[in-house]
Design a protein around this ligand. Structure first.
Ligand code: PEP
Ligand code: MN
Length: 338
């Protein structure tokens, strides 16, 4: 249920109403909009009628039931797009953020060199996997804790905040201690204990769409994260499974306008995992920007041919730099702030 507060109501009144919502067995989420404040009361739909008593409160304008199944992630509760900030990067509401870095952290030299290189090119957030969810148990699984330390080192050297994946609910505290944003990967998009645990942690979350999740399921996963109190969720379309085998996955570019219509959350594109080939990264970056996406996450490695993970889809630093120049040109036409 959305509780629309009267214009000009005070913080004290909002707090008191939130307490009432809690007493009725619902979780209150206040959203301070440009014009007025609304409180999302989220809980068991069968008890919705209990909230009706609030309509009589002097500071309440009206109650509006939320029809979308994703209550906090949907547009009904928040009309304006959310802007998620990570360091100096902004995602959403006309801000276009670029995240770049290797698939996995391999050594200090590799991650520091990449961080400095991508920063110079204009990336605002560094990426790099320390815990790698691999299809084969025999593939490189990541440097784990050591990888997190190396990412922190790269942040020190470059000044870039970093995002890294967490694959296990028990690792959220450890990863959260180091990372500026936690990534939940495609394979874990419906790992509900992980979504809940990460949502509770309090840092921004980069949530990747699963290869077989519908947009509705994807938004419900975001809802899990948000229902634990996290407001800063960035969605990422990274390609879905189709009959096509010429590319690793099929980029569902239509996810961008569809998600913008249904949700206030920013949506970015991962052209690297979508295609599996560096040759296709640049055209899909252009497509992403033209379609209105709120940013990109791109795999970059100083020596892609030697990468332990996802080398064929990684750009080298020179190619990434050239790509960023072209994106900056395009951003002028698209009127987004890169
Ligand atoms: C990654 O970002 O390195 C990754 C494993 O991505 P995804 O979860 O989209 O496959
Ligand atoms: Mn990868």
């Amino acid at each position: 249920m959305i509780i629309v507060m009267k214009q000009g109501c005070r913080k004290k009144e909002i707090d008191a109403l939130m307490k009432k919502v809690e007493k009725l067995g619902f979780k209150p989420h206040a959203i301070f909009g440009v014009e007025r404040t609304v409180i999302g009361a989220v809980g068991d739909d069968r008890d919705r009628h209990l909230l009706e008593v609030l309509e009589a409160s002097p500071c309440v304008e009206k109650l509006v039931p939320i029809l979308q199944p994703y209550k906090l992630a949907g547009r009904e509760i928040k009309k304006e797009p959310s802007v998620v900030k990570v360091g100096t990067a902004g995602f959403g509401g006309g801000r276009f953020g670029v995240i770049a870095g290797p698939c996995s952290v391999e050594s200090e030299k590799q991650i520091v060199e990449t961080a400095i290189g991508v920063k110079k090119a204009g990336a605002r957030v560094l990426r790099g996997g320390a815990f790698k969810p691999r299809t084969s148990p025999y593939s490189f699984q990541g440097l784990e804790h050591e990888g997190l330390k190396l990412l922190a080192r790269a942040r020190e050297e470059s000044g870039l905040p970093f995002v890294t994946e967490v694959v296990n609910p028990e690792d959220v505290d450890l990863v959260g201690e180091y990372a500026d944003m936690l990534q939940i990967g495609a394979r874990n998009v419906q790992n509900f204990p992980l979504l809940r645990r990460a949502g509770k942690y309090g840092k921004p979350i980069l949530l990747k769409r699963g290869m077989s999740t519908t947009i509705q399921e994807f938004l419900m996963s975001a809802e899990y994260v948000m229902s634990e109190g996290c407001r800063d969720v960035i969605l990422c379309e990274r390609g879905i499974r189709t009959f096509e085998t010429a590319t690793r996955n099929t980029l569902d570019i239509s996810a961008v306008p569809v998600i913008h219509e249904r949700s206030h959350l920013p949506i970015i594109i991962d052209p690297s995992h979508a295609t599996g080939s560096r040759n296709y990264v640049e055209p899909l970056c252009f497509a992403a920007m033209a379609a209105g996406s709120d940013g990109l996450i791109i795999e970059v490695h100083p020596e892609p041919q030697k990468a332990l993970c996802d080398g064929p889809q990684s750009l080298n630093i020179a190619d990434f730099t050239a790509l960023m120049k072209r994106l900056k040109e395009l951003s002028k036409f698209d009127r987004v702030k890169l």
